[in-house]
Design a protein around this ligand. Sequence first.
Ligand SMILES: NC(=O)c1ccc[n+]([C@@H]2O[C@H](COP(=O)([O-])OP(=O)(O)OC[C@H]3O[C@@H](n4cnc5c(N)ncnc54)[C@H](O)[C@@H]3O)[C@@H](O)[C@H]2O)c1
Length: 144
Amino acid sequence: MVASDPRVTVVTGGGSGIGRATAIRLARRGDVLCLCDVSATGLKETAALVESERGRVLTGIVDVRNQGQVRAWIAEILERFDKIDCLFSNAGVNARSTVAEMTLAQWSLLIDTHVAAVVDFLLSERAGFMTGQLVQPNGGQVIW
Ligand SMILES: NC(=O)c1ccc[n+]([C@@H]2O[C@H](COP(=O)([O-])OP(=O)(O)OC[C@H]3O[C@@H](n4cnc5c(N)ncnc54)[C@H](O)[C@@H]3O)[C@@H](O)[C@H]2O)c1
């Protein structure tokens, strides 16, 4: 049965791995999925898998380190669905070396992707993460 007011969940890094698996699982529960990633191919594959579960999905090629892209993505989601109930901030890069072996560029990539980008999502006034609008009757959630 399709809920009349389904939960709208945003999954960053939805093009593979944990993001993809989560999207499929949530589609089975009836969530509307808004998936973003830098990988167009990965997103397309995940969207097909979600749709095979009869899930509704909106995809966006978004680099979470790019504030303009993030803001535009949030605006598009709100225009389509008028709310965001849950954000799973999953996009990430796996460090292939120890901190001691990392270059400054590798370290910056990690921080920008895993920390700065999340803060950017949270500070987006339109998404309402910091102003309480995210909090729906069922409880808004940010998973980081
Ligand atoms: N797999 C693990 O054992 C493990 C352990 C601890 C933490 N994590 C974290 O969980 C998350 C998912 O891990 P995974 O194993 O599924 O990795 P994964 O590489 O399969 O998936 C990460 C996704 O994020 C996307 N991505 C990377 N940079 C991006 C950016 N700037 N903007 C948008 N999308 C971007 C990638 O294209 C990819 O599709 C990551 O943040 C990872 O660091 C994973």
